[in-house]
Design a binder for this molecule. Structure first.
Ligand code: SF4
Ligand code: SF4
Length: 159
């Protein structure tokens, strides 16, 4: 990993490929947190069609998302500011599969698939998720700038 770009998530000392043979519910806290690729896609607001259940992604981001790093501005105490921020766990992940991004590492492992080459656990570099064009860096507008009835105008394809 580059010294100039320290990984915001602590992935040091983890066994290579642990996600291939460790079920989600057997992962320890560090292994679980390290699965996150830092794409920021789960921090975008979504629109759900009440009739079809279809979910559309918008580029309107949670107020705490930093568009330049794709990180939560205050992850540890985020629920004080965003009470409904999802807390993904091995026990609840199945409830969220209908909206989790296609490339989300939690989805991939839940489905028994491998991580992509650009995942920081594979590449060893947290920048590769951005270089591969699968993060939301530079794509978002903050939710405090767009009223909810205008979110429809900001629907995007998942990067
Ligand atoms: S979509 Fe998944 S991998 Fe990407 S930031 Fe969210 S939890 Fe992490
Ligand atoms: S509170 Fe943080 S982790 Fe939760 S959706 Fe907002 S930016 Fe993402």
């Amino acid at each position: 990993m580059s010294e100039a770009f320290p990984d915001p998530i602590d992935r040091d000392g983890l066994r290579e490929g642990y996600w291939r043979d460790t079920p989600l519910e057997k992962m320890n806290a560090k292994q679980w947190e390290a699965l996150c690729d830092g794409c920021g896609k789960c921090c975008l607001n979504k629109l759900e069609d009440e009739d079809t259940g279809e979910v559309a992604l918008t580029r309107v981001a949670c107020r705490l998302l930093d568009d330049s790093t794709c990180l939560c501005g205050n992850y540890e105490i985020r629920h004080q500011f965003v009470p409904d921020c999802i807390r993904l766990t091995p026990q609840t992940i199945h409830e969220h599969m209908y909206w989790l991004p296609r490339t989300c590492a939690y989805r991939l492992v839940y489905e028994g698939r491998d991580l992509f080459h650009w995942h920081p656990l594979v590449s060893g570099d947290p920048r590769t998720v951005h270089d591969a064009g699968v993060s939301v860096r530079g794509l978002t507008v903050p939710e405090f700038e767009v009223s909810e009835d205008e979110w429809e105008d900001h629907i995007i394809e998942e990067p």
